[in-house]
Design a protein around this ligand. Structure first.
Ligand code: GUN
Length: 290
């Protein structure tokens, strides 16, 4: 039995960060200032706090300025919108990222909509999603852009390939489908209401799993020789007392016997997201510097 290749997202992300660091050095030389990334964290969610700390460290490591704004869960929407407006006006800030999810009393769409689209390094503003959907230059959501980079590195030209995206979120599924379409893949978006998901997934040369359900995509669903990108990060109990581990949306061990290549969890897509965020911040800085 042949075993598929494990795609090393960690190594790819490290190379991308090195490239960004070179680009940042060039930017500093040309403009006399560092690109700046502002991250806004509302509340104390432990997973979000870990991400934000990691983002801050990596931002500084590539030579950029990192600004962090922590606000309590109790912050009102108006106060959060005032902070966004301040960051929109701040010349030192090239990228603004508001960590999601936000507390329930805050309208997420209103907050994202308040970010200057030119500083929207998450690519979540409707101006950027509209630009992406119409094939124009845009700031593109980090996770799906990282997935496309890994796919092109593995497969080269994606044109004509059958791609199935499992999941229809604004953060991953929808922009992922747009990016695959822009690469001339034949794209299907499957989701919780899709009938016979197994046979839909079995059509695919490319499977992108982004549903947030542990090991939902089974190995036998995968067409032999397909490439699988697993976006899931799910913490599950391990059976032993009190222990837990992180798994993806794909049953990786089973899938390995079928795939050409697959991203592991952890160490696949995860490290790409922050690397692409830094890349987007440099792109935004260049666009703003003119
Ligand atoms: N929460 C989970 N993923 C993301 C992301 O890519 N960006 C932001 N802002 N919040 C997230």
């Amino acid at each position: 039995m042949t075993i598929g290749k494990i795609i090393d997202g960690k190594a790819f992300a490290a190379t991308l960060r090195d490239k960004v660091a070179d680009g940042v050095a060039g930017f500093v030389e040309a403009t006399g200032r560092k690109p700046g990334l502002a991250v806004v964290l509302v509340g104390e969610d432990p997973a979000s706090s870990v991400y934000v700390r990691s983002k801050g460290k990596m931002t500084v490591a590539v030579g950029m300025e990192s600004f962090e704004f922590k606000r309590p869960d109790s912050i009102g929407e108006e106060d959060l919108l005032d902070l966004i407006e301040e960051l929109n006006q701040d010349e030192r800030v090239d990228g603004i990222l508001v960590q999601l999810p936000l507390p329930k009393h805050i309208d997420e769409a209103a907050v994202i909509g308040a970010i200057d689209p030119a500083k929207d390094v998450d690519g979540f503003h409707v101006v950027n999603s509209g630009l992406l959907a119409t094939g124009q230059e845009a700031l593109v959501p980090c996770t799906p852009l990282g997935c496309i980079m890994l796919l092109k590195d593995e497969l080269g030209d994606l044109s004509g390939l059958e791609a199935v995206v499992v999941g229809r979120s604004n953060i991953v599924g929808k922009p992922m489908a747009q990016l695959l379409l822009a690469e001339s893949a034949t794209v299907t978006i499957a989701h919780s209401r899709t009938r016979d998901l197994a046979s839909v997934v079995h059509r695919a040369d490319i499977v992108v799993a982004a549903v947030g359900r542990a090991e939902m995509v089974k190995g036998e669903w995968i067409k032999p020789g397909a490439t699988v990108i697993d976006v899931g990060i799910n913490r599950i109990a391990d059976g032993e007392d009190g222990k837990s581990r992180i798994v993806g949306d794909v049953a990786t061990a089973e899938a390995l016997a079928h795939v050409r290549a697959i991203t592991p969890v952890p160490g696949g897509v995860g490290p790409m997201t922050i690397a692409v965020l830094l890349r987007n911040t440099l792109v935004a800085a260049h666009a703003r510097a003119g």
